[in-house]
Design a protein around this ligand. Structure first.
Ligand code: PLP
Length: 467
């Protein structure tokens, strides 16, 4: 040993602190949060938001103790969270976190694996394969389908559109992977008026352009009108939707995918929250024909109630997906086992497949099927109570989304604001066919019928108070 070698006193001290005490404290705080989440305000109050200024400090020179860091986070952070894991959050399309997933996540956080390649983490590589086959089974997708584990549907859609673009151009005799887009022939993009904003983002990122698309008019539910579909050909990328972000509506996959197949078009389905409907036979009228598409994007962190940062790209063209995500380097050791990075844009990633594995195993096939059906039933129940209370329901409740309106734009907007300030429940607003609507998403396994009673009672109280 050479005494002139540098030794950090800071790192020395960190190495010698008791990890166990810190983890025990963290666990205690997390359990306390979980116990409180159903009785706390669903949205933080002004005081809690004001207190966040405690975090506005310059990075201190001296290291802080983990216990001190935890205390600050729990004291000021926890009350400023949005109680999305409780039963009365109906904003956006979110979902809670199932106990099996959270518990396993604590272990995988301790593992801190990097599933870029098999050689980096055999366990996660194995799990990626297992979850891939479970997903194909639950979502009734073709045998040849492969899965890439990404951060969310936004990224999954970018990958799906990249594969579609590359495949159409390859079929036209052009290698866009090598030559880039500059000399490629034009690809037409066809999507519905109700396409999600992240689809436009993906179009701009992939060089397909968000402004040169053919928008097919939608019906009153937000579904593509098949009679208005333009002629499709082998230079057309069609983007369909399983679950409109407002109404929850599903496009007519059977008819559109059949037409696209005959024409040689590529079909990507944005199924961020709606693809899970395929887990229950009773939704087959919505999902029929969805298996005819070429790729699908779906989230684990919405309907499935897996933790955040869990999206999946599913694609039936393994070669094209892998070629599109391929990279090479002298130090890269690929194997005959699964190297996760060749299915995604990332190299280093979290062990996302284990979140999904734990979530799916904690529900079982039957549990996933019952989860989607119960969310649907609860959305119908929610809509029924609102209707009795004088609200107008603007959509068919085909899945988990409810669009409700109270007399006028002005009153509807006021009610939404009042509800958001109440702390009793939380929901957002949107525009539907030009009108203000209250948008209810029943996405959490935690939501009970009693939570809906409590929430609607408050919504109606606010509606009466503004008259
Ligand atoms: C949420 C959502 C997305 C985006 O998914 P992220 O996981 O947030 O990236 C895309 N499409 C639809 C229909 C969605 O609901």
């Amino acid at each position: 040993m050479n005494n002139s070698l540098f030794r950090s006193k800071i790192l020395e001290k960190i190495r010698n602190t008791d990890f166990q005490d810190d983890l025990s404290l963290a666990r205690k705080m997390a359990v306390e949060y979980i116990k409180n989440v159903d009785s706390m305000r669903v949205y933080p109050d002004q005081q809690a938001l004001h207190n966040l200024q405690i975090f506005d400090e310059e990075l201190p020179d001296e290291p802080a103790e983990t216990s001190e860091i935890l205390n600050q986070l729990h004291t000021y952070g926890s009350p400023a969270t949005v109680a999305q894991t409780g039963g009365r959050y109906f904003g956006f399309v979110c979902g809670s976190i199932l106990p099996s997933a959270l518990s396993c996540k604590w272990i995988t956080d301790a593992w801190d694996q990097n599933p870029a390649m098999y050689v980096l983490s055999p366990i996660v590589s194995r799990m990626e394969d297992v979850v891939e086959s479970w997903l194909k089974d639950i979502l009734r997708l073709p045998d040849e389908t492969v899965a890439g584990y990404v951060s969310g549907s936004s990224t999954a859609t970018i990958i799906g559109l990249t594969v579609g673009r590359n495949m159409l151009l390859k079929n036209l005799g052009y290698d866009v992977i090598k030559n880039g887009l500059f000399n490629a022939s034009e690809i037409n993009v066809v999507l519905g008026e109700g396409a999600h904003s992240t689809v436009y983002k993906a179009l701009s990122i992939t060089g397909l352009g968000s402004g040169r698309v053919t928008k097919v008019p939608a019906d009153e539910q937000g579904r593509i009108r098949v009679d208005k579909l333009p002629d499709l050909d082998n230079r057309t990328l069609v983007i369909l939707q399983a679950g409109n972000v407002n109404s929850g509506a599903f496009d007519n996959f059977e008819e559109i995918c059949t037409k696209a197949k005959i024409a040689g078009s590529y079909v990507h389905v944005d199924g961020a929250f709606g693809l899970w409907a395929a887990a229950n036979e009773k939704f087959s009228h919505l999902t029929n024909g969805i298996e005819l598409a070429d790729s699908w994007s779906v989230d684990g962190h919405k309907t499935l109630n897996a933790p955040y940062d869990n999206g999946i790209i599913l694609c039936r063209h393994k070669d094209m997906l892998v070629n599109s995500m391929q990279m090479i380097g002298a130090y890269i050791v690929t194997s005959d086992q699964r190297d996760g990075m060749i299915y995604t844009a990332d190299m280093s990633r979290r062990a996302r497949a284990i979140d999904l594995w734990a979530t799916l195993k904690g529900l079982g096939k039957q549990g996933v099927s019952e989860l989607v059906w119960e969310l649907h039933q609860k959305a119908i129940y929610f809509a029924g109570l609102l209707k009795e209370g004088g609200f107008e329901i603007l959509n068919d409740i085909v899945f988990n989304q409810v669009l409700a309106r109270y007399e006028s734009d002005e009153k509807t907007d006021k009610i939404i604001k009042g509800v958001q300030e109440s702390g009793v429940c939380w929901l957002g607003g949107s525009k539907w066919n030009g009108k203000s609507v209250m948008r209810v998403s029943v996405s959490s396994y935690k939501t009970t019928y009693e939570d809906i009673d409590t929430s609607v009672k408050e919504i109606l109280r606010i509606a009466r108070s503004i008259e």
